[in-house]
Write a protein that binds this ligand. Structure first.
Ligand SMILES: Nc1ncnc2c1ncn2[C@@H]1O[C@H](COP(=O)(O)OP(=O)(O)O)[C@@H](O)[C@H]1O
Ligand SMILES: [Mg+2]
Length: 244
């Protein structure tokens, strides 16, 4: 099967500590991680806070460069962050937010408008009623839809979704997850789906990687992982959920 992204033995270390403080500590945020994302499918990454998930998201999205190893993405990629409020410019209208990625590409005016309407309707928002509103006039779920539309207008092959529903009310999470599934099918999108929430990752993913301290300790098909977790750490994560 065709891979949209390949991550090979990637490492990213951060140094913390001040100029004048004690010896600087090295944080091994990502410490030798390999996996791949298949076309039209979802690779889920799950792990506790601080395990290195967002660092991987940024490496795959090209926001960070690996210190070691290689990230290869075949085609266009984009990232959707956890908090749509801080990822959307509050002084821009929805129309401006959504069309911004097209300006740098020299797309003509007529086509810009058509594509903006099309992506908003794909995320089930009505362009007519939201084009000239600002992010604060929308609910959290709607704001995340706007962020997704802004990504879709770039016609990505791969979307990196870093905790895309973690800041939303539980009642709205399923709407966004179902929307993402529908979009994946319609547009053959590949997803790198990241969450600390095992249930959300199970619902979304074909294959799951479990992260701990900068490493992926287990990779398995979603169903197999949830039925027969092998790694002791994965088992521990499941035990932490009461009804598992
Ligand atoms: N820019 C940075 N500078 C220093 N340390 C960082 C930076 N980004 C992340 N880290 C550290 O790297 C580790 C992994 O962080 P992160 O990738 O955000 O984990 P997660 O998304 O799983 O919570 C954490 O210890 C975090 O404090
Ligand atoms: Mg994170």
């Amino acid at each position: 099967m065709f891979n949209t992204a390949e991550i090979r033995d990637v490492k990213k270390y951060f140094t913390s500590g001040g100029f004048f403080g004690p010896a600087r500590d090295v944080v091994k945020a990502v410490d030798g991680v390999s996996f791949y994302c298949q076309k039209g499918r979802t690779f889920g990454l799950v792990g506790e806070s601080g395990s290195g998930k967002s660092t991987i998201a940024k490496l795959v999205a090209g926001i960070l460069r690996p210190d070691h190893g290689k990230v290869t993405v075949h085609g266009e990629k984009d990232i959707v962050f956890q908090d749509p409020y801080s990822s959307l410019n509050p002084r821009m209208t929805v129309r401006q937010i959504v069309v911004e990625p097209l300006f740098v590409r020299g797309v003509d005016k007529q086509e810009i408008s058509e594509r903006a309407e099309a992506v908003l309707s794909k995320v089930r928002l009505d362009a007519g009623s939201c084009f000239f509103k600002y992010p604060h006039q929308f609910s959290g779920g709607e704001r995340q839809r706007i962020a997704i539309a802004r990504s879709l207008i770039k016609e990505p092959d791969l979307l990196v979704l870093d905790e895309p529903v973690s800041s939303l009310d539980v009642s709205i999470q399923a709407d966004i997850l179902n929307l993402l599934k529908d979009l994946q099918e319609e547009l053959s999108l590949s997803y790198l789906f990241i969450s600390h929430d095992l249930r959300v990752v199970e619902f979304m993913s074909d294959t799951v990687g479990v992260m701990k301290s900068g490493r992926v300790v287990e990779v398995a098909d979603s169903e197999a992982l949830y039925r027969y977790p092998k790694d002791p750490y994965t088992k521990k994560l499941f035990e932490a959920i009461p009804s598992f």
